[in-house]
Design a protein around this ligand. Structure first.
Ligand code: G3H
Ligand code: 13P
Ligand code: ZN
Length: 327
C-alpha cells in the first residue's frame, strides 16, 4: 500500500457515521506512536504536517519516516496501513505546490484570513494544481481562535462559519473537504476562564460547540466531508502530570470528548488533533525526568513518551472517532 488520498476514507466515514483522525507529526517517535495505534486498531489514518513541522524536521525526513511506517505495518503486522499525508494550514500556493510535488496526497489551503473573494481565488488556484496531480484539497471558511506557527487568531478575531457562504465557496473552488469554525480552537488554552463555567472540581467547562451551524452547513452540502480543527480535548490527567512534575499549565482546557463523538457521527469526516499528543509526550517526559534525575539516554525517556502517544491515539480512534476496524 502506498500513500493514499482521503477521498475513499471520507466517503466511507460519511456513510458509516465516523471520522478519520488527523494527527500532526514532527518526528519519529510521534509518527511511530500514532501508526502503532492505527495498526493495532486497523484504522485509516491522516498524518498531517504543518509548515512549522516541515521547517523543524524537513520534508524528506518526514516523508521517509511515514514511508517507513507503511513498510513496518506490512512487515510486522502484515497490514496495509492506509495513510493520507496532508499539509496542515498551507498559507500560500507555493507551499501547497511544494508539498504536492514532494509526494503529499492532500493539502489544506487556509485562506480563512483573506476576504471571501480572495479565499476563493487562492483556493481555486491550489485546487487546479492539486487535482492535476491527483491530490485532494481542504479549504476553510470561518476563523478559529488560537495560536500555532502559521495561525495566530485572537478570540476577538475568531468568527463562526457563515452557512450561507458554503455552497458558493465549494462550487467556485472545487475543494474536496471544508474546515468550518463551530467553536473549536487551536492549542491547549482554547477558552478563557471568562468564557467558561467551572465544575464542582474547579475545572473549566467550555461553551458547547455550535451544532446548529454544523447542521445547517451539512444540509446545504449533502454528502460533503466537513473538517474540524482545534479538536484536542486537553485531558486533565495530562495537565495534572505536567503540573505535578515541574510544568505550569494553569487553566488549560479543551473540547469535551462527548461533543467530538457527536460530531464524528455527523458530516464531520476529519478531526484534527495535535495538542493532546503534545501533552501526552511532554507529561511523560517530565514525569520520567522527575523520577529518574540521573538518566540521560534519550531512548529511556522517549520510549514511554512514544507509548503514551500510542495510548492516547488508540483511545481517540476507538472512543472518539469511531474509526477502529475501518481500514
Ligand atoms: O493547528 C496546527 C497544529 O497544531 C500545528 O501546529 O504550526 O505549531 O506545528 P504548529
Ligand atoms: P489542537 O490544537 O486542538 O490539537 O488542533 C490541532 C489542529 O487543528 C491542527 O490543524
Ligand atoms: Zn488547525
Amino acid at each position: 500500500m502506498s500513500i493514499v488520498t482521503s477521498k475513499e476514507m471520507f466517503k466511507k466515514a460519511y456513510e458509516g457515521g465516523y471520522a478519520i483522525g488527523a494527527f500532526n507529526v514532527n518526528n519519529m517517535e510521534i509518527i511511530q506512536g500514532i501508526t502503532e495505534a492505527a495498526i493495532e486498531e486497523k484504522a485509516p489514518l491522516i498524518l498531517q504536517v504543518s509548515s512549522g513541522a516541515r521547517k523543524y524536521a524537513k520534508h524528506a525526513y518526514l516523508m521517509k519516516l511515514i514511508e517507513a511506517a507503511i513498510i513496518d505495518a506490512e512487515e510486522t503486522a502484515g497490514f496495509d496501513l492506509p495513510i493520507c499525508v496532508h499539509l496542515d494550514h498551507g498559507d500560500t500556493f507555493e507551499l501547497c505546490k511544494s508539498c504536492i510535488d514532494g509526494g503529499f496526497s492532500s493539502v489544506m489551503i487556509d485562506g480563512s484570513h483573506h476576504t471571501f473573494e480572495d479565499n476563493i481565488k487562492l483556493t481555486r488556484q491550489v485546487v487546479e494544481y492539486a487535482h492535476d496531480h491527483g491530490v485532494v484539497v481542504e479549504g476553510e471558511l470561518g476563523r478559529l481562535a488560537g495560536i500555532e506557527d502559521a495561525v495566530n487568531v485572537s478570540a476577538e478575531d475568531a468568527s463562526y462559519t457563515r452557512p450561507e457562504e458554503v455552497e458558493e465557496f465549494v462550487a467556485k473552488t472545487g475543494v474536496d473537504s471544508l474546515a468550518i469554525a463551530i467553536g473549536t480552537s487551536h492549542g491547549a488554552y482554547k477558552f478563557t476562564a471568562a468564557q467558561c463555567t467551572r465544575n464542582e472540581k474547579g475545572i473549566l467547562v467550555p461553551p458547547p460547540l455550535r451544532f446548529d451551524i454544523l447542521e445547517e452547513v451539512s444540509k446545504r452540502l449533502p454528502g460533503f466531508p466537513i473538517v474540524l480543527h482545534g479538536a484536542s480535548s486537553v485531558p486533565q490527567e495530562f495537565v495534572k502530570i505536567i503540573n505535578e512534575n515541574g510544568g505550569k499549565m494553569p487553566d488549560a482546557v479543551g473540547i469535551p470528548e462527548e461533543q467530538l463523538r457527536q460530531a464524528a457521527t455527523s458530516a464531520v469526516c476529519k478531526i484534527n488533533i495535535d495538542s493532546d499528543l503534545r501533552l501526552a509526550l511532554t507529561g511523560s517526559i517530565r514525569q520520567y525526568f522527575n523520577e529518574h534525575p540521573d538518566h540521560f539516554d534519550p531512548r529511556q525517556y522517549l520510549k514511554p513518551a512514544r507509548a503514551n502517544i500510542k495510548k492516547i491515539v488508540q483511545h481517540k480512534l476507538v472512543n472518539v472517532l469511531g474509526c477502529s476496524g475501518k481500514a
